[in-house]
Design a protein around this ligand. Structure first.
Ligand code: WT7
Length: 659
């Protein structure tokens, strides 16, 4: 960013955008007084508040006895104990008798413009029941894990809901991950069945997916069956006795559209979703039934102000938590119409999103800052071509949205009249934690604004004492909420140390943030060795271990480098084994290697070969220094503990050559 732009952006930070009073009477939360009253009540008496919300939003087969049992030491949190419910029932069956039977549940837009499918609640119910019967036939039972490795096709949502119908636990692996990444996730969760597709259609290409599944399954003894959706029509190999086609399975004579739902306990596991942490292995974040669904529905209703006649579109991939909570579970629990989109924003032209908004008259649109920045660079004309007047509300998620992008989104997409909800949350939180109430909260571009009703967010210093206004510190949540993760799958110790050991009696988010004089939250980014590439969390340790697994590499250190569109991009410092000369070939080879080990999203954009890395005398790599180098800064702070200060000068030079 130029100096001028920076100043401009700082000035814009001071601007406040007030909600349109005309919109308030119909909103779920109508004013700041309304928000404050609900928030206060929720904090003062969480049990009565959440108990009420759970009953308003969810259908229970038997009432819960207690709202919350809290134990920060183990740690263990139990929400709605004794309550019995079923997620698929709540997302489907109950809408068949409440007037929504013929309403669109999912409007699916495939990558080719003409590929559109609409599922009414009745139709979706039928498909889910049929597929649940297929899973049952394959021996899937309550508590079994089912891995899903699929493109953005309706079968993905159908498979998720079918799992929940039987009480099976799904573990979705984003289709952009490699075979190796898929394998490690399947092994960790010991899934019994894998559901995948022949290919992913993306940006005009047919990218084979099944070969990755085959590769992964070579090392997954737990997987007995693999069900394949035909999407690309490309040739694939089918393993006799293990693999079968989705369409053959659901079309079989013995598969009916009648499948009773299991009555699940509120705390029964619902799904596992892997996310990167500061050490090598991804964590299997575990969410459970009653609390997660309550929280997904609660946040969808308040943050997106969803009404029955709305068309709601969240552009995320279901392979990430955003898609779980805000394409599938939240909207369907509310009986809303959710758009599911297979393509990318820039193909065939950068007008794709606006074309779809116009086509389906989307009312609520939720995307990521990286998308906004990329589209902003393509110019305003792409959007101006379409009628975007159906839009009522805009949302953003994944990373802080910079004021330039915010203002572009606001004026060009929102016509200067729509609220933007900048939503802060995480895989672990299950749903949105900090966000404006769209028709109540005055907005400050770049701030996620205020905690949601019932969310007790605070900024503390390392020693746990409260930070002053505007003082940066650790973001913690010091009261339980229904959507919180309940464990790290198979690793309770890691659950405890990662989230509850840092600040006793609170959940540690791992983000730095400050609260300004008005109580507004400004998220500053991760405090651990996790970087945020296009709104996706990547563990530097994961990429480093992929790099050092390469036969030519001795050592690697990965840091995030600021990037105009992606927020951050991956920058790797690599030391090669003695006798191996740096070359363009090795660089290319290493990039291909990381793609293969983790997936395209983890590919380093820059690889700098270095004879040595800056280390303390005790051998610890000083990442702070490495980060400063990629930022182009020469202010390295205290480097007196460096074993060999000369290393830094070499690295700075190498960095300059690379750009
Ligand atoms: C991390 C969570 C849950 C949404 C998708 C990412 C960053 C997320 C915001 C925001 C600033 C944000 C945080 C967080 N983040 N939303 N609105 N403003 N930062 O989920 O992969 O679990 O990553 O994304 O650093 O810790 P995730």
């Amino acid at each position: 960013m130029s100096e001028e732009k920076k100043i401009e952006s700082l000035q814009k930070e001071g601007q406040i955008f007030h909600p349109d009073p005309a919109m308030q009477p119909r909103a779920w939360i109508k004013s700041m007084d309304d928000y404050r009253a609900v928030h206060e009540r929720a904090l003062n008496d969480p049990e009565s508040y959440w108990g009420e919300r759970a009953k308003e939003l969810i259908t229970w087969f038997s009432d819960f006895d207690t709202v919350l049992e809290t134990d920060y030491d183990t740690p263990q949190f139990k929400w709605f104990s004794g309550g019995r419910t079923n997620v698929s029932y709540n997302c489907l069956d109950r809408h068949l008798t409440n007037g929504r039977r013929n309403k669109a549940a999912i409007i699916w837009q495939g990558e080719p413009e003409a590929d559109v499918k609409v599922y009414t609640y009745q139709m979706l119910h039928t498909e889910v029941c049929r597929f649940a019967n297929v899973l049952k036939k394959k021996g899937v039972k309550r508590g079994d894990r089912v891995a899903l490795y699929m493109p953005m096709i309706p079968e993905l949502a159908i498979a998720m809901l079918a799992c929940t119908r039987l009480g099976a636990v799904h573990s979705i692996v984003f289709a952009g991950f490699s075979a190796i990444a898929l394998q490690s996730r399947i092994k960790d969760s010991e899934a019994k069945v894998l559901i995948t597709a022949d290919a992913v259609l993306r940006a005009g290409k047919t990218i084979p997916l099944k070969p990755n599944a085959d590769e992964a399954l070579k090392g997954c003894p737990s997987v007995e069956q693999c069900i394949v959706v035909r999407r690309g029509g490309n040739d694939i190999a089918m393993v006799e006795g293990r693999d079968s086609w989705w369409h053959d399975e659901v079309g079989a004579d013995d598969i009916t559209a009648h499948c009773p739902h299991e009555e699940m306990e509120a705390e029964d596991p619902l799904f596992i979703l892997y996310t990167s942490g500061s050490t090598g292995k991804p964590k299997g974040v575990l969410h459970t039934t009653g609390g997660y669904l309550t929280y997904a529905a609660h946040t969808t209703q308040y943050v997106f102000d969803v009404k029955d006649d709305d068309v709601y579109w969240c552009t995320a991939d279901v392979g990430w938590i955003t898609g779980h909570s805000y394409i599938v579970y939240g909207p369907l629990a509310l009986g809303a119409t959710s758009v599911m989109f297979e393509g990318v924003p820039s193909y065939p032209k950068p007008d794709r999103f606006w074309r779809v908004v116009d086509k389906f008259k989307v009312n609520i649109f939720y995307t990521a800052p990286t998308v906004i920045r990329a589209l902003m660079r393509e110019g305003d004309e792409w959007a101006r071509h379409y009628d975007l007047s159906s839009l009522r509300l805009l949302g953003s998620v994944g990373e802080p949205i910079n004021p330039e992008a915010w203002l572009w989104y606001h004026s060009i997409i929102g016509g200067g009249r729509l609220p933007i909800v900048d939503t802060w949350w995480q895989t672990e939180t299950g749903g949105i934690m900090i966000s404006a109430m769209p028709f109540a909260t005055p907005l400050k571009p770049g701030s996620a604004t205020l905690p949601l009703p019932g969310v007790s967010a605070r900024i503390v210093r390392r020693d746990g004492t409260p930070a002053e206004p505007n003082e940066g510190g650790h973001l913690v949540i010091d009261k339980p909420w229904p959507g919180m993760l309940r464990n790290v799958y198979g690793d309770p110790e890691r659950y405890k140390t990662t989230y509850f050991a840092g600040f006793p009696g609170a959940y540690e988010a791992g983000d730095g943030a400050r609260v300004d004089g008005d109580g507004y939250f400004w998220i500053m980014g991760r405090l651990d060795d996790v970087i945020n590439v296009s709104g996706h969390r990547m563990g530097t340790a994961e990429i480093e271990s992929a790099l050092v697994a390469h036969p030519d590499v001795t050592e690697a250190a990965v840091v995030g480098m600021p990037h105009e569109v992606k927020g951050e991009t991956i920058y790797a410092y690599v030391t090669l084994k003695a006798g191996i000369e740096p070359s363009d070939e090795i660089m290319k080879d290493l990039k291909v290697w990381v793609r293969k080990e983790i997936g395209p999203i983890a590919t380093p954009e820059f690889i700098q070969f270095a004879d040595g890395l800056p280390k303390t005398r005790s051998g610890k790599i000083m990442r702070r220094v490495l980060r400063k180098i990629v930022e182009g800064s020469s202010d390295f702070g205290d480097t007196s503990t460096l074993a060999d200060p000369g290393v830094v000068t070499d690295l700075v030079e190498g960095n300059r050559d690379l750009r």
